[in-house]
Design a binder for this molecule. Structure first.
Ligand code: NOJ
Length: 515
């Protein structure tokens, strides 16, 4: 386990929307370099960078055309190298986004794979044995290739599935997971990883990490896990300080079996994480999220889902909480700044390794926008960073109609310049929380988490190592008694909280850290 993860706080940067250094309307790598002091000022010491590879950008870069080349709109490979170096000088680690499950249909591997004549890439993707032979229960494309076969899709129609084989084989054309062609795909991914690690990156966020082997569910996805374990072994031997985080949301499979250092706790309908911030299907007006003030939420809905995941994986690696990501509506869609403060306080004091999505620290809003680059409803969470109230919110010097996406011009739209060094703002609260986490090892990745008091409508009291914390999102005053708080004193609080022997009084929405 890389030591640096124990106290890591990540910042997710969507490169096209962070900072445009050359005035073409789109964010770029030099722009990120220019703003590293800001990242550092947040208390973030690691970055997850969304894909920067050459791509037709039909899925914002998750459709890779060349894994070893930076997309021209972001800069060059030399800029990537410069970014890694600049980050390291400031004590920041950088994870790139690895897209191992599929490529763009413009990738040269795929172009070769589509050819009728057999060649080195014929088995790089999942193909059936005839143009009229589909794939039961899976998405596939028929009639688009010279080759007399259908190919399987991994996501959108332009993202053919790379071939890592099948767990349970039911058709003669399906390769077993240990077929040499499947091993060759895995080795090709390792080669790509080495390429960027040698340039200075510190690891990868692995896109749809659970998707590699098909029909693997009956076997608890063990064959997918074995691929990752094999990759982890390579990293341990050749690049022991690098880190992997999975888009999987099943820490037992990803972390314990697969060897990932971290696994994202994703926003999946009705899972524990979803009940905290986005519990509003079918409509945002009916938000019952735990962090919604007086929303009637129940922390036990979170705990029932989280605790088994936590206990089954905590010896092997970490669960990663996110404030949001580029696929999820920003929590400001339904939560106020004050509600977010408590949510962030919770995420930043939980075990594992937390991730802050760019702009969440100032409360950027979710926008209703036309889809851009395959974003669809996700587009509203991908708008330019709001630095100040100058032209284009300080994001870019370009003409407005050149911007990657429109900046938020609605009344009261937040900006860094309004919040920085202003006590009580969301931005300053985030900084206080990350500072607290860096100060106390008990608040970092490893210290044991244990719920002490968890009742619907009451403050939720929990232990981290020797510290006790409480969070309470409702407005009615409540007092809880627990022996564990006896003799402790508050080192940080939000809202009105007081302590009397073993009694903790929380007057309205509040949060406290006791030592
Ligand atoms: C998950 C990524 O986060 C998302 O943005 C992308 O569209 C899909 N995987 C496909 O790669």
């Amino acid at each position: 386990m890389p030591e640096w993860l124990k106290d890591a706080v990540f910042y997710e940067i969507y490169p096209q929307s962070f900072y445009d250094s050359n005035g073409d309307g789109i964010g770029d790598l030099q722009g990120i370099i220019a703003r590293l002091d800001y990242v550092k000022s947040l208390g973030c010491n690691a970055i997850w960078l969304n894909p920067i590879y050459d791509s037709p950008m039909k899925d914002a870069g998750y459709d890779v055309r060349d894994y070893k080349k930076v997309a021209a709109r972001y800069g060059t490979n030399e800029d990537a190298r410069a970014l890694f170096e600049a980050c390291h000088k400031k004590g920041i680690h950088v994870l790139m986004d690895l897209v191992p499950g599929h490529t763009s249909d413009e990738h040269p591997w795929f172009r070769a794979s589509q050819k009728a004549e057999s060649n080195a890439y014929s088995d790089r993707y999942v193909w059936t044995e005839g143009a009229f032979q589909g794939i039961a229960d899976h998405l596939y494309v028929a009639g688009a290739s010279e080759r007399d076969a259908c190919y399987m899709l991994n996501f959108f129609v332009f993202q053919p599935a790379l071939n890592y084989g099948w767990g349970k084989v039911t058709e003669p054309w399906q390769k077993r997971w240990d077929d040499p062609s499947c091993i060759a795909t895995r080795e090709a991914m390792k080669d790509i990883m080495r390429f960027w690690l040698d340039m200075g990156c510190d690891g990868f966020r692995c896109d749809m990490a659970d998707s590699l082997v098909k029909n693997d569910e009956d076997d608890d996805k063990i064959h997918v896990s074995m691929i990752w374990k094999n990759i982890r072994q390579m990293l341990d031997e050749e690049y022991p300080e690098t880190a992997l985080v999975s888009e999987w949301s099943n820490p037992r499979q990803a972390v314990t079996n697969g060897g990932f250092h971290m696994d994202f706790y994703l926003d999946h309908w009705n899972n524990g994480y979803n009940t905290l911030l986005r519990d509003y299907e079918p409509h945002p007006d009916d938000d019952r999220s735990y962090f919604r003030k007086d929303g009637g939420g129940d922390i036990n809905r979170f705990l029932d889902d989280y605790l088994p995941k936590y206990y089954s994986s905590r010896k092997d690696g970490y669960i990663s909480f996110l404030t949001c990501n580029h696929d999820t509506p920003r929590a400001t869609r339904t939560l106020s700044t004050d509600e977010l403060k408590l949510a962030y306080a919770f995420f930043l004091t939980m075990p594992g390794v937390p991730f802050i999505y760019y702009g969440d620290e100032i409360g950027m809003r979710y926008q209703k926008l036309k889809s851009k680059e395959g974003g669809y409803q996700r587009t509203g969470s991908r708008t330019p960073m709001q630095w100040d109230h100058s032209r284009n919110d300080g994001f870019s010097a370009a003409e407005k109609d050149m911007l990657y996406l429109p900046v938020d011009e609605s009344a009261g739209a937040p900006a860094v310049s309004d919040e920085v060094n202003v006590k009580g703002t969301l931005l300053e609260t985030v900084k206080e929380l990350t500072a607290l986490r860096h100060r106390y090892e008990d608040l970092q990745a490893d210290a044991l988490f244990r719920p002490l008091y968890a009742k619907k409508g009451e403050p939720f009291v929990y232990e981290r190592g020797n510290m006790v914390l409480a969070v309470y999102p409702d407005s009615e005053t409540r007092t809880v008694e627990t022996a564990e708080i006896k003799g402790k004193k508050a080192v940080y609080s939000i809202g009105q909280v007081s302590l009397d022997d073993d009694r903790l009084k929380m007057e309205g929405p509040s949060f406290v850290v006791l030592i």
